[in-house]
Design a protein. Structure first.
Length: 372
């Protein structure tokens, strides 16, 4: 397979570990291992102490799949396949799609969600968010664009990079559209649980539709990207078997220590999510003040969920130059829209990290005094 470079990952590879501050990241402040182990119950501590560093079961350790199934209403542990999060996208796309298939994917977005389909030779149609309507994805547009040969609709809510979260009615309309033409519905739910108003949390797609696949993981909402644990959940047994078969060619099984660490975190998920939401709420308050002060320079749609926003630049040239300058002069890393192939007027700003107030202050110090 020939696949184009992953623009966001290439941008991070060059800058992430050299930046003094990252305002580009989309994960929540990472947990420290000692902090996590201090939350472990007796059973998990036993698993940790007695851990064998051998191969684990290929679909994922039973105790972990059991915790994951608990996040859903209609998913039994055997409907869960543990993968690295981005691997889950790769595996699902390769299990569902063939050359020539019609695919619709939310755009701008996490590149793997459409690029794997492009590499397979699919006809990929971009479903563009409406910035002037708070980055809404219009379900009526989707309904009009599907055809009998549409094989897959791929969405990501809460959405990276805009922070958009559809209302339940819109989301159910999207799923109904997939059902109406028999398409698969791939739902990237990596930022689920980070809704600023928890009552707006969407039901997982795999609970709504038999041909839906939900992607979840520990990287974003749980602040554990380093464990590299994610999962695919679907009630489509035949698809699940195909995805499991492909995993034999990628990672075979997950890392044994990571499976235990993820299990510990899922067992005390309420505490971890509450910690992360509190951090996000506080940081978002600072961003509100920032964008109010800097309204001549930037326009933004406030996010409804997740850890990122996608402001538009009203001055200061192109986003690539602006982000490069900020990195060189202030040591602050932002992510220009070119990483999303979305022109040169926007950048992604992340607010899930503990040092975000300091990073934002440094960013602002390096903006012109005039506010323009
Ligand atoms: C929407 C979305 N899906 C999937 C992933 C993949 O997660 P990971 O990097 O942990 O594999 C990311 C990571 O940025 C993401 O933003």
């Amino acid at each position: 397979m020939r696949i184009r470079p992953f623009r966001l990952e290439r941008y991070f590879a060059v800058r992430e570990f050299g930046a003094q501050y990252s305002l580009a990241s989309s994960d929540c402040e990472s947990l420290v291992q000692a902090e996590l182990l201090a939350m472990a119950d007796g059973e998990c501590l036993g698993l940790w102490e007695g851990l064998s560093l051998g191969y684990t079961e290929t679909p994922g350790a039973p105790f972990l799949r059991c915790e994951i199934a608990g996040l859903y209403d209609g998913i039994d542990p055997e409907y869960v396949l543990v993968t690295v999060p981005v691997e889950g996208i790769f595996i699902a796309m390769n299990s569902i799609l063939d050359r020539g298939d019609h695919v619709i994917c939310t755009f701008p977005g996490y590149q793997a969600l459409y690029e794997v389909a492009v590499a397979i030779g699919c006809e990929v149609e971009r479903w563009t968010a409406q910035e002037e309507r708070g980055w809404r994805f219009d379900p009526d547009w989707l309904h009009e664009r599907v055809r009998p040969e549409t094989r897959l609709i791929a969405v990501n809510f809460p959405h990276n990079p805009t922070g958009f979260l559809p209302g339940r009615e819109d989301f159910e309309h999207m799923v109904a559209t997939a059902r109406s033409c028999g398409a698969y519905f791939f739902s990237d739910e990596m930022y689920r649980h980070l809704e600023l108003e928890p009552e707006r949390r969407l039901p997982p797609a795999c609970d709504l539709y038999d041909r839906a696949v939900s992607l979840g993981g520990m990287s974003k909402s749980f602040g554990m990207p380093g464990v590299r644990i994610g999962w695919l959940a679907t009630r489509d047994r035949e698809l699940l078997a195909r995805m499991a078969g492909l995993k034999d060619y990628t990672t075979i099984c997950a890392s044994a220590p990571s499976e235990v660490l993820a299990t510990i975190a899922l067992r005390c998920r309420e505490r971890i999510i509450a910690r992360n939401l509190a951090l996000i709420q506080a940081n978002l308050e600072l961003l509100r003040g920032f964008f109010a002060r800097r309204g001549v320079m930037f326009a933004w749609n406030e996010p409804s969920a997740g850890t990122v926003a996608f402001p538009r630049m009203l001055a200061h040239g192109d986003a690539d130059g602006f982000c490069d300058d900020m990195y060189a002069k202030a040591g602050v890393m932002l992510l220009p829209a070119s990483a999303f192939e979305y022109g040169d007027r926007h950048f992604r700003i992340g607010f899930g990290r503990r040092n975000m107030p300091e990073a934002l202050a440094t960013f602002e110090e390096h903006l012109p005094d005039t506010g323009v």
